[in-house]
Design a protein around this ligand. Sequence first.
Ligand code: HEM
Length: 399
Amino acid sequence: MEDRRFPMARAEDRPFDPAPELTRRAEEDPVSRVKLWDGGTPWLITRYEDVRTVLADPRVSVDATCPAFPHTNAVSKARDTTMKTLMQMDAPEHTVQRRLLSPEFTIEKMAALRPRIQRIVDDLIDGMLDGPQPVDLVAAFALPVPTQVICELLGVPYADRGFFQGVAHTLVMDEPDPGKAVAASEDLNGYLEQLVVRKNAEPGEDLLSTLAVEQFRTGAMNPREIATLGQLLLVAGHDTTASMIALGTAVLLANPDQLDLVRDGDPARVAGAVEELLRYLSITHTEARRVAREDLEIGGRLVRAGEGIVAVKSTANRDPAAFPDPDSVDVRREARHHVAFGHGRHVCLGAPLARVELQVVYGTLFRRIPTLKSAIPLEELKFDENAVFYTVRELPVTW
Ligand code: HEM
């Protein structure tokens, strides 16, 4: 077995590619064991077909309290074993919660948000155009867009973003003291619980109000349970999309021929670019973690009941059997079958929302600021490797 620890670092000179060790395994040893920080040795599943098969298999569990569940660090272990969200639930518990939320995140409902998202994007671009240059695209644009959108959707005051973004940051970092992350998450839950109680008394037109009225008032759920759901949506709903906005922009700036193809904002081309950038970047670099409930055969190897599994979306999305010439960015490619949003019953609930946000963003930013460029050489960008999501810390731009 290789003595390499997961998650592995991406190469400095190829910051948008999967970690070289993962690519090597996908080519030479596609189902193989890996070491974790705590001595765990889950299986890495690296090829597209195997990743999809494993994520769709009902004999595979997301129960983070199983002894061999592959936690990527102490914070991830503390977080996932103390607060059980949709992501840590198996059927039938998962099915019940997912049924509750799915109607709120349908393609139709998210498409209806497009005009409001367009307004948010346009206002932020107006602000950038009126302000000094260079400007950090992450702070001025990439983070505010999804944060404002998820705040409005949930009914969380945008003015409180400093607080919940701070908590979200603590939850995804590799801190030596996991107690800090658990305490931060408790604080956020307390805040959301109070909000749910207030929404019950005075409901608005938002998701937390709907849950307060339909679930809390009827006795189906208590404020704490609704707060836990709210926390998942709030945290999962802004950092991920922010990272895709910033990294996707960096990739397009690094590939001017591709940027030329999307600059005029043609909706079909932009929608294709969104899928291709999701595929190319695979930002959730702690990948999809599971545990086998029964013995399984995956890619010709026997994975025994109770063993941990890491389904590697980043290499699956670069598998030449699924995507010809996978290491090149090609916004004209048909890439929608990528697994950047996962696959199977835990496939990203917010994917329809993220898609609309990214389509509006990429379709507007380069059309309104056609000369947008990085203010520093792209090789000098600093990427964040400790986070659950891969991200660029700052993206200073001018035009
Ligand atoms: C699940 C990625 C945006 C809410 C997931 C999973 C992935 C993912 C890979 C599956 C994890 C697994 O199988 O273990 C992304 C990416 C996003 C994004 C790349 C942005 C580009 C969002 C947004 C929301 C959201 C905007 C909220 C509105 C969720 C939820 C789950 C989830 C609730 C858990 C679903 C379940 O377990 O049934 N996401 N996500 N995500 N995502 Fe997203």
